[in-house]
Design a protein around this ligand. Structure first.
Ligand code: SAH
Ligand code: SF4
Length: 366
């Protein structure tokens, strides 16, 4: 039987697991400390843990982490990692430096089933969900690499679930991974430092009261149903009306807002009538708009608007009272920007692995 990964245990699970096996449940706290505070993944290094428990954990649990098989640094400091899982599938994680923060963009699936027409990942189809331990493992592998290779003081301060995949399609595993990230005795990520971005899976949005209370970002991208359907086939199943009915039910703490991500694509959704429709659809008091200028990639069929149009679009929303930011494009030279993640390095000559990820079609995925 395959061993269960140690990184899929929340602290409570680990205490329970030890107790069920006649071990002191408090050792779970020490183990958590070694792994998530000191990045010590080899039981040999757990100084205050007895040999008996170390042997037990080694025998019962898988302690392997995703392997970093390639990494590349952009001229703007963004670094992309290609991580290989046990079954040889690969995903990407991106570390993005900014003034007072270091953000890790994590993948939730190998590929994605949603098939948005503007997204490089979307063209891959879905290979499989990532397990909770693989999501936690991405963090541990990348954070540890940064400490070893860049600086021992480096600390990832923020996390966004905006890499490959639709996090709400992989609800239970992302929930478990988030619980691990937020555990006080471990990484202790505050809920405001984690952002989950979703394309709008209505049944799972309706279940968000059963998910840790992280920031929610909705990939809206169009305020007209026909344009949204052209960009995001999921809109055929869950249109704007259904999406907003579900969003209204998201539990929001006082003073918190939903972020709406709005991709700006030349001549598709960057016109005056799009601003009007957007203002009718979303309320300026409870929302933030994050404009994402389209990132082009090899063979992409859409184009990015000019900087003048991007600024004009933002100014109009600002004048109407919206909190509206433009997402800085980071890591474009290594295809690490939003929507450019595809694990397809042969074309870029960055990586010589032969295997191209096999993909399924998105039909039947939701
Ligand atoms: N699947 C989730 C999260 C991952 S995508 C979602 O769709 O929300 C993270 C963000 O990148 C989304 O807002 C997505 O629409 C955006 N994105 C995808 N392709 C892009 C591209 N080519 N240029 C800019 N942003 C893109
Ligand atoms: Fe999947 Fe998000 Fe890309 Fe759409 S934008 S295909 S939901 S990763």
């Amino acid at each position: 039987m395959q061993k269960k990964s140690l990184y899929s245990y929340s602290l409570l699970d680990l205490r329970q697991f030890l107790e069920e096996n006649d071990k002191s449940k408090f050792v779970a706290d020490q183990i958590y400390n070694w792994i998530y505070r000191f990045y010590k993944f080899d039981p040999k290094d757990w100084l205050n843990v007895s040999q008996k428990i170390k042997d037990f954990i080694t025998q019962e649990c898988d302690l392997s982490l995703p392997k970093i098989i390639w990494n590349g640094k952009s001229t703007d400091g963004t670094r992309k990692f290609l991580l290989q899982m046990d079954d040889k599938t690969t995903v990407e994680s991106v570390v993005i430096p900014a003034k007072n923060r270091l953000t890790l963009c994590l993948s939730s699936q190998v590929g994605c089933a949603i098939g948005c027409t503007f997204c490089h990942t979307g063209t891959m189809g879905l290979t499989r969900h990532l397990g909770a331990h693989e999501v936690v493992g991405q963090f541990l592998s990348v954070a540890n690499w940064m400490i070893q290779e860049v600086s021992p003081d480096l600390k990832i301060t923020n996390m966004v679930y905006m890499g490959q995949g639709e996090p709400l399609h992989n609800f239970e595993n992302m929930k478990k991974a988030t619980q691990v990230f937020m555990e006080d005795k471990g990484l202790a990520f505050g809920q405001r430092r984690i952002t989950l971005s979703t394309s709008g899976l209505v049944p799972q949005i309706e279940k968000l009261n059963d998910f840790p209370p992280v920031n929610i970002a909705i990939s809206l991208h169009a305020a007209h149903d026909d344009i949204r359907t052209e960009l995001m086939p999921i809109n055929k199943v869950y249109d704007l009306k259904r999406l907003f009915e579900a969003i209204k039910k998201i539990p929001l703490k006082a003073h918190r807002r939903i972020t709406y991500e709005y991709l700006l694509i030349k001549d598709v959704n960057d016109r005056a009538q799009d601003i009007e429709a957007l203002c009718t659809l979303i309320n300026s008091r409870e929302s933030k708009i994050n404009l994402i200028p389209f990132n082009e990639y090899p063979d992409s069929k859409f184009r990015r608007p000019s900087d003048k149009v991007i600024t004009w679009f933002q100014d109009q929303l600002y004048l109407k009272g919206y909190v509206c930011t433009v997402r800085a494009t980071k890591g474009q030279d290594i295809l690490a920007a939003c929507g450019q993640l595809k694990s397809e390095y042969q074309k870029l000559n960055l990586w010589d692995q032969k295997k191209v990820i096999e993909s399924e079609s998105f039909i039947g995925a939701f």
